[in-house]
Design a protein around this ligand. Structure first.
Ligand code: DGY
Length: 322
């Protein structure tokens, strides 16, 4: 009998074809993510799960997976999965780093450019028929990028790739990591290691590239916003929970910082009534960091490979924990 695999969202045809050959598959269809209660009943019957960042695979969920051998997430982030508990239960966890590095770095840089030059705001002005109101020398001014400092929090794969984009725009790069990268990497990227405190105080743009962990939960809060330059911008393409959103709303409203560009949020999706949506000095994207045709295909390939390996008790190509 074929092993059972459940997908919480559909994937590309080539991926489904391969999965169908080997397994009995079921896919959650519909526009909204699968309700947790439904997933909890599905997980009871399956050997393999393909999931997405908005599916919460916590201890209780894993507990239900009596036959579960692998959780293959279609994402680089895995903070939605209790990987420690999966490890304890000897369930493999696969994820999709590397292939989405360029796309996500591009997204971070797009948000940075957009908020600096007010592209989305301009688009809105035109669509609302208000262009004629803004023709003066002081209307609709953005800020130059050249010579400004970008502070990259987390100079890993995505942070380093962002640094290359930043360098090409004649901007200065500082970064903070738990440990500095090698001198040769610093030279190649033209990146200078600074303390977290210095990064916060001196950057014109801060781009967050750390995972969501106990240590980074709500790291960007009012205390930090007050230390940032009034003229600075915050960019986040990592995980929403790294930023305290309530504090960010106040910081943007009171102009404690100048603006923000966000691709990720505390709870996704956010509604059109969310306080962030009401603010003019923010650019919002619906968690599309990895969303390019090419990248999404590569992610599907890896997700399937990870699943194939894990379901047979082998280590996924990109594996967390067990
Ligand atoms: C991921 O893969 O974790 C990204 O956040 C998706 O954009």
């Amino acid at each position: 009998m074929k092993k059972k695999v459940f997908l919480t969202r559909t994937l590309h045809d080539f991926a489904l074809k391969e999965l169908r050959k080997k397994y009995q598959i079921e896919i959650h269809s519909g526009k909204i993510p699968i309700p947790q209660s439904k997933l909890r009943s599905k997980i009871k019957e399956i050997d393999g799960l393909i999931c997405f960042p908005y599916d919460i695979i916590n201890r209780e969920m894993i507990e239900e997976g009596k036959n579960l051998k692998v959780i293959s997430t279609y994402s680089v982030g895995f903070d939605h999965i209790d990987t420690e508990y999966a490890k304890k239960k000897k369930i493999r966890v696969g994820y999709t780093p590397e292939v989405l590095t360029d796309a996500t770095a591009d997204m971070a840089f797009s948000l940075l450019l957009d908020i600096a030059r007010r592209v989305t705001e301009g688009d809105k002005i035109i669509r609302e028929g208000r262009w004629k109101e803004i023709y003066g020398a002081f209307d609709y001014v953005g800020v130059d990028l050249q010579g400004k400092t970008v502070g990259i929090l987390g100079l890993g794969r995505i942070g380093s790739t962002l640094a290359k984009r930043v360098k090409a725009f004649d901007m200065k790069i500082t970064y903070h990591n738990r440990k500095p990268v090698t001198k040769s990497k610093e030279r190649t990227l033209d990146a200078k290691y600074v303390s977290f405190e210095k990064l916060i105080r001196e950057s014109d743009f801060i781009s967050i590239h750390v995972p969501h962990t106990k240590e980074t939960d709500g790291l960007f809060n009012m205390k930090i916003f007050k230390k940032m330059k009034k003229t600075s911008f915050l960019i986040n393409t990592s995980r929403g929970k790294v930023v305290n959103e309530k504090d960010l709303v106040i910081a943007l409203k009171k102009k404690i910082i100048s603006g923000a560009g966000l691709d990720v949020f505390d709870k996704e999706p956010i509604s059109k009534d969310h306080p962030l949506v009401k603010l003019p000095n923010i650019v919002l994207a619906p968690h599309i960091g990895s969303s390019t045709k090419e990248t999404r295909i590569k992610m599907a390939e890896i997700t399937v490979k990870n699943l194939n390996l894990g379901i047979n008790g082998k280590k996924p190509i990109y594996s967390v924990g067990y």
